[in-house]
Design a protein around this ligand. Structure first.
Ligand code: ATP
Ligand code: MG
Length: 201
């Protein structure tokens, strides 16, 4: 029996009066992956923002289990290019908690995920000096290096080549087997089929 880590109950949302979501309910369960599908503009990103707490619902409610840790990989991340961060620094951010210095274990986790996503050789480059796919791999690394309970991923593989996409799918499977919950917005039918459940908007 899986337990809900994060739920949205009958949430509705509007941007400046324009309705986007109408009474949508989702459950993010431990050890399970949920695909959110639907055409451009159907509200997938908005739903992930509500689940992450970045936006508040107009009606209905979002409930987080106590102390649940949430990692969000947004679809639009171009603001990050303004920061003078190297790839390694960007991935390290995923291990910051604000309370302590990074440990040797943190640095090992950063190195391992960068190797898995084949960005280790790019460590000293700035984000804005990367190709679109290399940049996306860096942001995926920053997300997966986090020890989260729920990973909210907004079209994470849209910019990736086939082999990197498979690496990411392997990582998704590992996170789920380790007990995490994944909510993934996707336009890719093959990718959505990896999920245990799906929600069409
Ligand atoms: N900041 C905003 N202000 C006003 N309207 C917005 C804003 N962000 C999104 N919208 C509108 O809300 C609707 C849902 O957008 P959303 O980004 O959630 O869709 P999506 O399903 O993620 O689409 P895509 O597949 O293109 O990523 C769209 O009609 C969009 O135009
Ligand atoms: Mg979107």
């Amino acid at each position: 029996m899986s337990s809900a880590l994060l739920t949205a109950d009958d949430v509705s949302f509007r941007y400046a009066g324009t309705p986007v979501l109408h009474e949508v309910s989702v459950r993010a369960e431990a050890g399970s992956m949920l695909a959110v599908t639907g055409p451009n503009g159907s509200g997938k990103s908005t739903l992930l923002h509500l689940l992450a707490g970045v936006e508040q619902p107009f009606s209905g409610r979002v409930h987080r289990a106590p102390a649940v840790r949430i990692a969000l990989l947004p679809q639009r991340t171009s603001d990050m290019d303004a920061l003078p961060l190297t790839v390694t620094e960007c991935v390290r951010i995923g291990r910051f908690t604000g309370h302590r210095r990074l440990t040797r274990h943190d640095h090992t986790s950063v190195r391992k995920i960068m190797e898995r996503l084949e960005i280790a050789h790019l460590g000293r480059r700035r984000l804005r000096e990367l190709s679109g796919g290399q940049r996306q791999r860096t942001l995926i690394a920053q997300t997966f290096v986090q020890d989260a309970d729920v990973y909210l991923l907004d079209e994470p593989t849209a910019a990736l080549d086939a082999s990197t996409r498979r690496h990411v799918h392997d990582l998704l499977g590992e996170k789920v087997r380790a007990g995490a919950s994944i909510v993934i917005a996707s336009h890719d039918a093959e990718e959505s089929a990896l999920a245990d459940r799906s929600l069409a908007l």
